[in-house]
Design a protein around this ligand. Structure first.
Ligand code: AHM
Ligand code: MG
Length: 348
């Protein structure tokens, strides 16, 4: 037996890390543990989706006589229940809920944290057995404890995140998170029902070869982006190969691959959608926190650091460029040259 490789479960890891913060009271640890629990429940359901008839529209009745939920609604409910069940959450903002959710209990009113959530990202892939994910982000509330949280608690810059992470429901289920001290990845071992540390201290390559963008939108991108995409297709003098294009259409899956292999994910502005598609609070910010902790970059189309943006709306969208440092810097150079220095040709 290889005695050098000890199995470390997510819960053990969370406890080990808590000991590194002498004044920690265990609230964040409990919260993270509950995220792991909800992830397991959703993972089980995602794996059985084809069998459990949970994919279709709502309004049907299952064998237990319960209404069949769409998978994204199911995931939303499971996470909300698990989070409030942890007693450490004052409120939540999720992609599925137009307003913030708060609980009326004294426990919730006195809780220290709020959570932003995309319960099931990659919704177009749910029905077709392609990887999907959950994204979360945790903030310390700014409103006084003892009351329900306010929108102000959620309108904080990404730099204020206390923890962020994602779960990818892929060929394996993985949970990847950061509390600002590096990024660690855990793979679910279904035989023991535990997330086990499989990817300690993840660092993303400084340069990459993969670009991920919906090229179906090519003609509505700015000239800078078009030129960058064309540049990605040119042959590299050293390797003789162009970059590789990979786009799943599940942000979590595209991000996860690029994080490990090196690459860039882009969801740029278009003429029609000047703010792109992805949401600042529960898609861009948590992934920006992770990529920076792994050594990469995340910026908007003006080259502004995502984590510095002060949110103004709960469901605000932002154009996103995220991944390996050199690739993100390079696309920004194209935007500078083609769009900012020649604004008259910005879209033509
Ligand atoms: P969703 O949260 O409703 O699933 O939307 C976000 C998704 C991302 O996962 C993905 O990268 C992107 O939208 C795909 O959009 P498009 O189909 O326009 O390329
Ligand atoms: Mg999403």
């Amino acid at each position: 037996m290889d005695k050098t490789r000890k199995l470390i479960t997510l819960n053990e890891f969370i406890i080990m890390r808590q000991q590194e913060f002498p004044y920690a009271k265990g609230e964040l640890s409990r919260l993270l543990t509950h995220i792991g629990l909800a992830a397991k429940i959703v993972s089980r359901e995602v794996n059985m989706a084809g069998l459990a008839d949970i994919l279709g529209a709502t309004g049907r009745i299952n064998v237990q006589g319960e209404e069949v939920k769409k998978l994204d609604i199911f995931a939303n409910e499971k996470f909300i229940n698990a989070m409030f069940g942890s007693s450490e959450i004052a409120g939540m903002a999720t992609e599925e809920n137009p307003e913030i959710i708060a609980d009326d209990t004294e426990m919730a009113k006195n809780a220290k944290y709020v959570l932003c959530l995309d319960p099931l990202d990659g919704s177009s892939n749910i029905d077709v057995n392609v990887s999907i994910g959950t994204i979360f982000s945790i903030y310390r509330r700014v409103s006084p404890r003892g009351h329900k949280p306010t929108e102000e608690d959620f309108m904080q810059e990404g730099t204020k995140q206390v923890a962020a992470g994602y779960i990818i429901y892929g060929s394996s289920t993985m949970l990847v998170y950061t509390t600002g001290h590096g990024v660690n990845g855990f793979t679910l071992d279904p035989s023991i029902g535990e997330f086990c540390l499989s990817h300690p201290n993840i660092k993303t390559p400084t340069n990459g070869k993969i670009y991920s963008v919906n090229e179906g939108n090519f003609h509505s991108f700015s000239n800078g982006i078009k030129k960058y995409i064309e540049y990605c297709k040119e042959q590299d003098k050293e390797s003789g190969r162009p970059c590789t294009s990979r786009y799943i259409g599940s942000f979590v899956a595209d991000f996860h691959r690029n994080l490990l292999k090196g690459g860039i994910y882009m969801y740029p502005a278009t003429k029609k959608h000047p703010n792109g598609k992805l949401r600042l609070l529960y898609e861009a910010n948590p992934m920006a926190f992770i990529i920076e902790q792994a050594g990469g970059l995340a910026v908007d189309q003006n080259g502004r650091r995502i984590l510095d943006i002060k949110p103004t709306e709960l469901h605000q969208r932002v154009p996103l460029f995220i991944g390996s440092r050199n690739m993100v810097e390079q696309v920004m150079q194209f935007i500078e040259q083609e769009d900012r220095l020649k604004p008259e040709n910005h879209y033509d």
